[in-house]
Design a protein around this ligand. Structure first.
Ligand SMILES: Nc1ncnc2c1ncn2[C@@H]1O[C@H](COP(=O)(O)OP(=O)(O)OP(=O)(O)O)[C@@H](O)[C@H]1O
Ligand SMILES: [Mg+2]
Length: 226
């Protein structure tokens, strides 16, 4: 897996949200931190093409997020800051099954994959629940399952533990820890990133630190103290 930013930057209506950056990511666990409005979500959305670069290019395993947008979307799953908005079917199992439709799979095969996915995240008991009745942590886990069941190789989590109690936070942390996929986590919950391979710090749309978690978290604390 290789994510490459080739002088990729984003401006919204002439305002710079992310200054052009050159960067190659290939680690299994990557964290992204910084103050509110520093460009974290914009950076994350560039990786699966939800935001298009207004300068430069972003590629995922050589696929361009603009010209190969569909292939990139199939490779890179995104769990939003507010994941209740991304569960589109009324029931949990239905929502996962929807992501597998149109692939020529039998009903039985789809049901088996959905069941296995829910079980692997420890939420098999949620299969028959209505998505709008789920708690915040349950919603987070179901959204993750819905993204992963489609075969995403890279999972982007935008503040996955926001608003979660300690118990649900632990469930999300444990579920993420056992994923074989590459995970990119945007977080204000800095403890989540303690054992990550690499942590990026953004400030005012600039990448200002890129390294080990302890160094990056120290840099972020300096920025936040100003
Ligand atoms: N679609 C958009 N249109 C215009 N401006 C935008 C858009 N998306 C983001 N911005 C602006 O770009 C900047 C970076 O936003 P971004 O969402 O990337 O920040 P963030 O670091 O994720 O913040 P937070 O921690 O609050 O989620 C902000 O100034 C924001 O207002
Ligand atoms: Mg954000």
């Amino acid at each position: 897996m290789e994510i490459r930013f080739d002088a990729a930057g984003v401006s919204f209506a002439g305002r710079v949200a992310l200054s052009p950056l050159r960067l190659t990511l290939c680690e299994r666990r990557i964290g992204v931190i910084g103050l509110n409005g520093s460009g974290k979500t914009t950076f994350a959305k560039l990786i699966n093409g939800l935001v298009k670069p207004t300068s430069g290019h972003v590629t995922v395993d050589g696929l361009d997020t603009v010209s190969d947008a569909d292939a990139v979307l199939g490779k890179v799953g995104f769990v939003f800051q507010n994941p209740q908005n991304q569960l589109i079917m009324p029931g949990v199992a239905e929502d996962l099954a929807f992501g597998l439709s149109g692939r020529g799979l039998s009903k039985a095969e789809i049901a088996a994959r959905v069941e296995a996915m829910l079980a692997s995240l420890g939420i098999a008991d949620l299969a028959a629940r209505r998505v709008h009745e789920l708690s915040g942590g349950e919603t987070q886990l179901v959204a993750m399952a819905s993204v992963l069941v489609t075969g995403a190789e890279i999972l982007i989590l935008d503040e996955p533990t926001n608003q979660l109690d300690l118990k649900n936070r632990r469930q999300v942390v444990d579920a993420v820890a056992q994923l074989p996929q590459c995970v990119i986590t945007v977080a204000h919950d800095l403890d989540l990133l303690a054992d990550y391979d690499r942590v990026l710090v953004f400030d005012g749309g600039h990448l200002v630190q890129d390294g080990a978690p302890a160094d990056s978290i120290a840099r972020y604390r300096e920025i936040a103290a100003c």
